[in-house]
Design a protein around this ligand. Structure first.
Ligand code: SF4
Ligand code: SF4
Length: 170
């Protein structure tokens, strides 16, 4: 995975809008360790911050989106969520943090969906309106002729990945 190590600059989006279960921080609530406006994390460099946040990077910080697509400038943040039972291959999470940002900053949205197409990982767009849009990568779309075939495909994919994980863990 590309690690561009861009500097976050004035952006503090992930420290406010994302949930951090290890810190009991809910989404949309400023982290209690954030010194807002001074780009400061009061835990910076400590083992707790190193373990929880230090390695986390959004797609922009990884250099996978244009310089102009920094989350605080385009009102959305995108990242690869960890694998789970629901999403064994992981999912590209896109969180809208400013109203209509996904419509206004179409180029940033397209940059994210391009990553989805290239990696074959589905994207989940969470809009401020509460709408939750699931986007299937183009390369997989052809396999889905209707909703039933989509569900069947996802079940087969889940089972195949589970079998692979089980054999890797033996
Ligand atoms: S959302 Fe991305 S650019 Fe913004 S502070 Fe977090 S890692 Fe840095
Ligand atoms: S611990 Fe620091 S880096 Fe992690 S969410 Fe809080 S302020 Fe941000």
């Amino acid at each position: 995975m590309t690690k561009n190590n861009r500097e976050c600059g004035e952006c503090e989006v992930c420290c406010v809008f994302l949930d951090v279960p290890d810190l009991s921080k809910p989404a949309g609530v400023q982290c209690r360790f954030l010194n807002r406006g001074s780009r400061g994390c009061s835990l910076h460099g400590t083992s707790l911050q190193m373990g929880v946040c230090e390695t986390w990077q959004c797609f922009w910080k990884q250099g996978r989106m244009k310089e102009t697509h920094r989350p605080d400038k385009v009102g959305m943040v995108a990242f690869h969520s960890d694998r789970s039972k629901t999403y064994p291959e992981g999912v590209i999470s896109v969180i809208e943090i400013e109203e209509d940002a996904l419509a206004i900053h179409e180029d940033a949205k397209e940059a994210i969906l391009k990553i989805s197409d290239e990696t074959g990982i589905c994207a989940r767009l969470k809009l401020i309106s509460g709408e939750d849009v699931f986007v299937v990568p183009k390369k997989a779309e052809a396999l889905y002729k209707d909703l039933d075939s989509l569900i069947t495909f996802k079940k087969r994919l889940t089972a195949a990945l589970q079998t692979r994980n089980d054999s890797e863990n033996k």
